[in-house]
Write a protein that binds this ligand. Structure first.
Ligand code: HEC
Length: 200
């Protein structure tokens, strides 16, 4: 009896070890594949636009449960969704801002340079349907303005009069350092910033 118990334990351990090896190989294969994915500027832009659309879809959907519920959902989901989307396609992806709500979205110096350009262009009355494509060190980097183009944005990014009290309170709790208020319709809110290994 103890003999056969020992044997099934050994068998169990062997199976576990085998499973670990198979899982490890699958992970490695996926990882290696991701590192090899290369993109053109056009395909990066398509992915970036798709991301913004899906994020906005999530926002609109969550707003059906009311603005304060939407803040909660947005706070829990935005970062996770961004990370999952980037991982899925093997790209780097951000919504960068000078006046950020989540400090993780703070623009780096290159992004800040372009957001300032976008703001300047807006002041000069130029249209903001521009896309900036940069190439360096084997990477292609696509940036485009995110414009605050819909009045619903003001409910969470507008003035104290435009933000409902329940929303203001939640924002205060979740984002004590929030700088993303007092925007106006048509303002440059930030930039979409997508980067990946270049295909050429
Ligand atoms: C229900 C409230 C709500 C509405 C409506 C809303 N936002 Fe936001 N927004 C948030 C929250 C919360 C964050 C922080 C998300 C995070 O933690 O990454 C955020 C972050 C952002 C960011 C990322 C940069 C930063 O400051 O952290 C951008 C860009 C942005 N919003 C643009 C918009 C635009 C454009 C609209 C209108 C289409 C909009 N938002 C509508 C709540 C809202």
């Amino acid at each position: 009896m103890p003999r056969s118990g020992e044997r099934s334990l050994q068998l169990g351990l062997l199976l576990l070890a085998l499973m670990a090896v198979v899982l490890g190989m699958l992970w490695w294969q996926q990882h290696a594949q991701r590192a090899r994915v290369r993109y053109s500027a056009d395909s990066l832009l398509v992915l970036g636009n798709g991301f913004l659309q899906r994020l906005q879809g999530l926002l609109l959907q969550s707003l059906q449960s009311g603005p304060d519920a939407a803040v909660r959902i947005c706070a829990d989901t935005a970062q996770r969704f961004t990370e999952a989307y980037a991982r899925q396609y093997g790209i780097e992806l951000r919504r960068a801002a000078l006046r950020w709500r989540n400090p993780r979205n703070r623009a780096d110096s290159l992004e800040a340079y372009w957001i300032e350009r976008f703001q300047q262009w807006k002041q000069e009355g130029r249209t903001l349907d521009t896309v900036v494509v940069l190439r360096y060190d084997g990477y292609v980097h696509v940036l485009k303005p995110i414009v605050l183009g819909n009045p619903i944005c003001l409910m969470c990014h507008g003035t104290a009069e435009e933000i409902p009290p329940a929303v203001a309170q939640l924002l205060q709790e979740r984002y004590p350092e929030d700088r993303a208020r007092n925007f106006r319709l048509g303002d440059v809110r930030g930039a979409l910033s997508v980067r990946a290994r270049a295909d050429e």
